[in-house]
Write a protein that binds this ligand. Sequence first.
Ligand code: SAM
Length: 220
Amino acid sequence: MTQDPPSEAFHDLLRGVAALTDNAIANDIARLYGKGAPADLSIACNHKQVASKQWLVAALAETLPRPNGPVWVLGAWYGVLGALLLDDPGLTIGEVVSLDIEPACAAVAETLNHRHVAAGRFRAVTADMMSLDFGAQQPAPGLVINTSCEHLADVPGWLATLPAGLPLVLQSNDYVREPDHRSCVPSLAAFRAQAALSEVLFAGERPTKNYTRFMLIGRR
Ligand SMILES: C[S@@+](CC[C@H](N)C(=O)[O-])C[C@H]1O[C@@H](n2cnc3c(N)ncnc32)[C@H](O)[C@@H]1O
C-alpha cells in the first residue's frame, strides 16, 4: 500500500470542511491525510462508504445501543466505522477493537482514531478473522461487526467459529463485478439464509448506483 504525499490544496480543503462543520471525525480525517495517507483513503472515506457506516450506527442505536463488552470490527480497513461508533451519542461503547488482515491498516486506523487510542478506547489488530478464537478473548466481545462479509470465501464457515448467541452486525452486497468479492449475495433473503442467525433484530437493504448493500443485526 503506497503512502501518497499529501496535496497541500486538498489538505487545506479537508481542514476547511472540518472547520465549517465543526465535526471531530472530519478533523481527524484531515489530520490523517496531512500525515501521508494511503491512496485508497479517499475510497474508505467516500460518501457511499460513510453513508453505509452511518446507516449501521443508526440501526445499532435502535437495536443494541449498549454492547456488553468490547466491540470488534472485522475487515475494518482504516477504522472509519470505529471512529463513527465511538463518537455517536446514541451508543455506549467502552472499547473498539479494529481488526484487518492487511498489515498496513492498523497504523492508519490508530492515527485516524488517535483521540480514542489516547483514551484507551481504540486499538487496531492485524489478524485473519477466519483463524481467530473469539470465545477465548478476554474480556469477551460484546458485539462483533463484519461489514466485509462479501470479501470472505466462506461466510458460514467464519460464523461457525463464533460463540452461539454472540450479538452480530453483518453487511454484504451484490457487487459481483468487484474481483475481491467472493461471497456476494443476490438479495436480503439470500443474505439471511447465508448468515442463518438464531435471532434477527434488524434486516435491511440500501440500493446504491452500482449495487445494493444488505445489513443484518442479531445473534449468531
Ligand atoms: C474493502 S475493505 C471494506 C469493505 C466493506 N464493504 C466495508 O465497507 O467496510 C475490506 C477489508 O476486509 C479485509 N479483509 C478481507 N479478508 C479478511 C480476513 N480474512 N480477515 C481480516 N480482514 C480481512 C481487507 O484487508 C480489507 O481491508
